[in-house]
Design a binder for this molecule. Structure first.
Ligand code: ATP
Ligand code: MG
Length: 352
């Protein structure tokens, strides 16, 4: 069996419960946040709308591991932002009836952070690492043996004084979430027994998500208003819920009502400069930028620099929808407007 050693000094291993709690504190805070603040987060698979294939294979895996009284296999969830990766991870822990510790990869800086997290787990518990593609190399290497053999192989000290220490871990489940599957190394990816891609949602699913949330916040949403919101939500629950909240603000402050008609939706979105296609100022600026360049392909970094925006926000938030509605395409030489995109942006008189 291959032992992957990671060189640590003793001070990297939390020794006492107090130290363990310190490593844990930011993580537990995140857990509480997930449970209490986000009203919209579904509490069961039944409330989690759509993604039927993923739900059904997760349910089978969960039932099977409960039947065998084993921890669920390590699970990797990937897909665009706002599609429900974190929500699914928390639902898995509810369904497994076990505790879920939530951590974000950038917050796991030093080896002692991951060692502390792993030592704090009990049999069958879940460790959820968000943005798992951002783990550093040393942390990732420590995870290899932890995931595969439920043990930590540590080399402590250096040179002649170096000694190996193996710590057995309880059988736990690692759930990783990422928007960038390609940035995860093959050895880490291969250690996940379950790997699920979360797709964009259909209009019907989004309508259901919008309807459920409007009931939760006591809004009376007309059918056509709900359809209009779903249509411009980019296949993404987070955007659907965000738009609904903006419409609620408008309805309550300007119209003094909780009844949402199509007219109120249109006016509210208009006040946010969101058009009937669901495009906002940033989308239109992106399209105009491509249009200005005589429609020659432009690299993402140049677009980001020209617009003064972050390239990864453009790549993961702006571009997928513009590609989905056929307004732009990605070519090996850069991004390019399609004829549909060009027609749309030239029909807009405003300068962005
Ligand atoms: N299938 C669904 N049914 C109902 N609500 C959903 C569903 N998927 C996501 N949501 C809601 O959408 C919001 C965003 O979901 P979540 O935070 O899980 O997305 P994410 O994929 O983890 O995003 P990110 O990549 O940015 O971390 C949450 O409020 C969540 O409750
Ligand atoms: Mg998330």
């Amino acid at each position: 069996m291959a032992i992957i050693s990671s060189s640590l000094d003793d001070s990297n291993i939390p020794r006492s419960r107090k130290e363990l709690r310190l490593v844990d504190s930011k993580i537990i805070a995140e857990e509480k946040l997930n449970k209490n603040v986000n009203l919209a987060r579904p509490n069961s698979f039944k409330e989690f709308i759509g993604q039927e294939q993923i739900k059904s294979s997760l349910k089978i895996a969960i039932e099977a591991s409960k039947y065998r009284k084993e921890a669920l296999e390590h699970t990797l969830l990937y897909g665009q932002p706002g599609l429900g990766k974190t929500t699914l991870a928390l639902l898995i822990s509810y369904e497994m009836n076990t505790k879920c510790r939530v951590a974000s990869a950038p917050s796991i800086e030093r080896p002692r952070d991951i060692v502390g997290l792993l030592l704090g787990l009990k049999e069958g518990e879940i460790l959820f690492i968000d943005e798992i593609h951002r783990l550093n190399k040393l942390t990732e290497e420590l995870l290899y043996s932890a995931m595969e053999d439920f043990r930590l192989d540590l080399t402590m000290g250096a040179n002649r004084g170096a000694r190996c220490r193996t710590i057995n871990l309880p059988k736990f489940t690692l759930i990783g979430a990422t928007t960038k599957l390609a940035s995860i190394s093959a050895p880490l990816k291969d250690r996940f027994g379950i790997c699920q891609k979360i797709e964009f949602y259909s209009n019907n699913d989004l309508q259901q998500i919008i309807l459920n949330f409007s009931n939760l916040i006591n809004l009376q949403l007309k059918n056509d208003a709900c359809c209009a919101l779903a249509k411009i939500s980019r296949g993404t629950p987070r955007i659907a819920l965000r738009l609904l909240k903006r419409v609620r603000d408008y309805a309550q402050v300007i119209k003094n009502t909780n009844k949402i008609s199509l007219e109120i939706v249109e006016k509210a979105l208009n006040s946010q400069k969101i058009d009937s296609k669901g495009l906002d100022n940033v989308d239109r600026k992106f399209l105009s930028f491509l249009n200005l360049n005589n429609n020659n392909p432009i690299g993402l970094d140049s677009i980001a620099a020209g617009m003064g925006e972050d390239s990864s926000m453009l790549e993961f938030v702006v571009e997928p929808y513009l590609i989905q509605i056929g307004f732009i395409m990605r070519t090996p030489r850069g991004r390019k407007l399609t004829s549909l995109g060009k027609k749309y942006i030239t029909s807009k008189n405003e300068k962005y």
